[in-house]
Ligand binder design. Structure first.
Ligand SMILES: NC(=O)C1=CN([C@@H]2O[C@H](COP(=O)(O)OP(=O)(O)OC[C@H]3O[C@@H](n4cnc5c(N)ncnc54)[C@H](O)[C@@H]3O)[C@@H](O)[C@H]2O)C=CC1
Ligand SMILES: O=C(CO)COP(=O)(O)O
Length: 345
């Protein structure tokens, strides 16, 4: 069986490697000639995954048509900003090809989830579309460190086919039905990872990181539920699982971006220095707009947006969050309300 991966960055390469280890004949579509040469001649992708050995069943080509020819499974693993550029290819696909996207972001200008955008643009794709997400840094996947993810689809059959395609004894795939929650969990945790990096760059400690992660999950859940997700999804791999890995890992590009910003590097230089997708920047502005449209409060996201726009410094952002009006913790969904049964004299 033949698979094609669009995107030869860290994630496309790692997912291609998992499929190849699983016996698939995999072709990655790469734009850079040096990546094609590196993958085919040396079974490496030093630009994106330095030091990692790739399986020999993984091949890269620069010609997209060649990569797609005869494939049974297509993996979309480009940054969200590049999803629209893949449209001509997606529209040409045979309608029996299973499509899995692995993108953790929103498609501009409408701030759509990737599968919502694909469904709007590619007629009938919803019957063969899934998303794969969860706590999974490419650097560790490609070294075959035990990793767990979810494959979510509106169709159980499609989710199970994706599960079978990727599942190895090092890469465990659970099925999920809540496509909205899985996509939002993956995209929105990048904002909180930026925040955790900002806090670390300011020299703040574990208490602050735990606060950002927990209150971050509360605002992710609020927006998620307003947009149709199940609140339970956010306590799963695509929610808290991915939030933990991204807010605590040395591999996270979003976390690194936050640290560099806190050290005073301007945003364009931060993005240049990292040289890979930092989805949290786009996601912050997308989430802010979505939250405003739904009337959902997202104070951390708002503070990070102001830091990214240069309106306030990272330490002013922290101060803003710490001096908000006092609140009840569980004003989220279906939580126990505070009762006034007894009062102190
Ligand atoms: N790196 C990771 O560990 C993980 C990444 N993801 C997600 O995967 C998506 C892709 O990210 P990475 O691979 O990490 O980014 P990356 O920066 O490592 O690689 C991006 C790749 O996309 C290609 N690309 C950029 N613009 C393109 C265009 N217009 N057309 C075709 N290809 C284009 C680049 O040449 C590069 O090969 C992001 O949404 C990210 O959040 C999800 C899980 C893990
Ligand atoms: O989504 C990821 C891990 O699950 C990758 O996160 P970064 O994009 O912050 O590196």
């Amino acid at each position: 069986m033949k698979a094609c991966v669009l995107g030869a960055g860290s994630w496309g390469t790692a997912l291609g490697a998992v499929l190849a280890w699983n016996g698939w004949d995999v072709t990655i579509w790469a734009r850079r000639a040096e990546v094609v040469e590196d993958v085919n001649a040396h079974h490496r992708n030093e630009r994106y995954l330095p030091g990692a050995a790739l399986p020999t069943g993984l091949r890269a080509v620069r010609d997209a048509e060649e990569a797609l020819a005869g494939c049974h499974l297509l993996v979309v693993a480009v940054p969200s900003a590049a999803v629209a550029a893949t449209l001509p290819l997606l529209r040409k696909l045979d309608d029996r090809v299973l499509v899995v996207h692995a993108v953790k972001g929103f498609v501009r200008p409408d701030n759509l989830r990737v599968s919502a955008w694909l469904e709007r643009e590619v007629c009938g794709i919803e019957r063969r579309l899934a998303v794969i997400s969860g706590p999974s840094h490419a650097e560790e996947v490609v070294r075959q460190m035990p990793t767990t993810v979810v494959a979510a689809s509106a169709s159980r059959h499609v989710a199970e086919r994706v599960q079978d395609a990727f599942m190895t004894d090092r890469f465990r795939v659970y099925t999920q039905a809540d496509v909205i929650g899985v996509e939002l969990g993956g995209a929105l945790k990048n904002i909180i990872a930026l925040g955790a990096g900002l806090a670390e760059g300011l020299g703040l400690g574990d208490n602050t990181r735990a606060a950002l992660m927990t209150r971050g999950l509360a605002e992710i859940t609020r927006l998620g539920v307003a947009l149709g997700a199940s609140p339970l999804t956010f306590s799963g791999l695509a929610g808290i699982g991915d939030l933990i890995v991204t807010c605590t890992s040395e591999h996270s590009r979003n976390h690194r971006a936050g640290r560099l910003l806190a050290k005073g590097l301007p945003l364009p230089e931060v993005l240049d220095t990292i040289g890979m997708a930092v989805e949290g920047v786009n996601a912050t502005f997308a989430a802010k707009q979505l939250a405003e449209a739904c009337g959902v409060e997202m104070p951390i996201t708002h503070a990070i947006a102001r830091v990214l726009m240069g309106e306030i410094s990272p330490s002013e952002g922290i101060e803003l969050l710490m001096t908000r009006d006092k609140n009840h913790e569980m004003e989220v969904i279906g939580a126990q309300p505070l009762t006034a049964e007894f009062r102190l004299p």
